[in-house]
Ligand binder design. Structure first.
Ligand code: CP
Ligand code: NVA
Length: 307
């Protein structure tokens, strides 16, 4: 990869994205071939927010490649409080080979990446969740084939997951719809950048507020929690505002009959999605979760193999 870091899908070329997908496919079907490919490499995992999938998939992933991981909990290093982001980075780069970070402000990841010579991987910020979107598009290819033929609908909050899916759609030529309540649309600056990429690939990026119009004839229906980590205080008010955007059987039936349902998880069952949809045969949420492991192994390999 041209870049030292993996911070946003917007930074990648289409060739780099496709290379990651090809490698993911190979690693998923033949994991043994890569079992020593990052031998002796150590990945530091900085978590300032909770996690199940991201933590487990990175820890298992680096071990499956022959390396190891160190988990640093929010209370351990207290980045920015106990010491500066810069000092944390400069210390870690003396001891580990790469850093994965999950934090609040996106600028913390940028600052850390600037400070260190080793690769930095974005494991979620308030703005973006690029590893998730890479696993999601890989899952869509597995399930549906040609991404350029798909109507992909993200319904709910125009959040970090929505932003990364939008960036991915723009790079991959997808017909992407973000369907949100008024005032909860994806950020303007993300949309503007996506539109620039879309001009090169023929992707269509739509943002609307009407859930029934948005979901009509969708091939992929994707949702996420209405209040993300850090927005807990807004959860009650958001429940009322987002109710018409709940992916229940009635709304989901407006998508194509063979549409797949996706969710990055964790899901708040009974809020953004009902059990009858997330547990239906159309739901691929656990395959999607598994693909976090495979796609991140490919990302780590690409970033760390020659270092
Ligand atoms: N989807 C996802 O990133 O899950 P975690 O928050 O459990 O890591
Ligand atoms: N939008 C959610 C995603 C969790 C994986 C959050 O940021 O909490």
């Amino acid at each position: 990869m041209r870049n030292k870091d993996f911070i946003s899908i917007h930074d990648l070329t289409i060739e780099e994205i496709n290379r990651i997908f090809e490698l993911t496919k190979e690693m998923k079907s033949n994991p043994k071939k890569f079992s020593n490919s990052l031998e002796g490499k150590i990945l530091a995992l900085i978590f300032e927010k909770p996690s199940l999938r991201t933590r487990v998939s990175f820890e298992v992933g680096i071990r499956q490649l022959g390396g190891d991981a160190i988990y640093l909990a929010p209370s351990d290093i207290q980045m920015g409080k106990r010491e500066s982001v810069y000092d944390v980075g400069k210390t870690l780069e003396r001891m580990v080979d790469a850093i994965m970070i999950r934090t609040f402000a996106h600028k913390i990841v940028l600052e850390l990446a600037r400070a260190v010579k080793i690769p930095v991987i974005n494991g979620l910020t308030d703005l973006l969740h690029p590893c998730q979107a890479m696993a999601d598009y890989f899952t869509m290819i597995e399930k549906k084939g040609d991404l350029k033929k798909l109507k992909v609908v993200f319904i709910g909050d125009g959040n970090n997951v929505c932003h990364s899916l939008m960036f991915g759609a723009a790079k991959l030529g997808v017909n992407f719809w973000a369907v949100t309540p008024k005032g909860y649309e994806p950020k303007r600056e993300i949309y503007q950048l996506a539109i620039e990429d879309a001009k090169l690939t023929g992707a269509k990026i739509n943002i609307i507020n009407d859930p029934t119009e948005g979901i009509k004839d969708a091939d992929v229906v994707y949702t996420d929690v209405w209040a993300s980590m850090g927005q807990e205080a807004e959860a009650e008010i958001r429940k009322k505002i987002f109710q018409p955007y709940q992916v229940n059987q009635e709304l989901f039936s407006l998508a194509k009959p063979d549409a797949i349902f996706m969710h990055c998880l964790p899901a708040h069952r009974g809020e953004e999605v009902t059990d009858d949809v997330i547990d239906s045969p159309n739901s691929v949420v656990f395959e999607e979760a598994e693909n976090r492991l495979h796609v991140q192994k490919a990302i780590m390999y690409e970033l760390m193999k020659d270092r």
